[in-house]
Design a protein. Structure first.
Length: 146
């Protein structure tokens, strides 16, 4: 069982690294560079291509984070009010991150306003995801097992 625990942890941490790192790259490197150097038409073509590829990574990443996160939670051996309270906050923030990532890469007409203000919403996503990682680190290091 220890190997399954280890693999689940690697999947969870790796998924978070890819999604947070990719989002940060898109927001602070790709978006400004494209805005400065491309025509509006070329910028739109690039955006469509990037989102088309990024969407697959986002959806796979969300699935892996949900599955490995549930496994890790159920097998953590940690208990107590502080642990469960912070874990609840972490999970709610993570669901918010998943929503924004899905809205930013999706095609729903109802969420077009989020995509139109992508710079703002990807920044919100990055801040929320960073708080999730900070809470996870605190729970791993500062809250003892049951």
């Amino acid at each position: 069982m220890e190997y399954v625990d280890l693999i689940s942890r690697w999947i969870h941490v790796g998924g978070a690294i890819v999604l947070l790192g990719g989002s940060t790259f898109i927001r602070f490197v790709l978006m400004p560079s494209a805005a400065e150097s491309l025509t509006d038409a070329d910028h739109q073509k690039l955006r469509e291509r990037v989102i088309g590829r990024w969407k697959r990574i986002v959806m796979i990443g969300i699935g892996l984070l949900l599955a490995s996160g549930l496994y890790n939670y159920l097998h953590s051996g940690k208990t107590g009010g502080l642990y469960h309270g912070l874990m609840g906050v972490k999970m709610l923030l993570a669901f918010g991150v998943f929503f924004l990532a899905s809205a930013l890469t999706g095609r729903s007409a109802g969420l077009a306003a989020i995509r139109q203000d992508a710079r703002k919403w990807i920044t919100v996503l990055i801040v929320m995801a960073t708080v999730v990682v900070a809470i996870a680190g605190f729970l791993k290091v500062m809250v003892p097992a049951g």
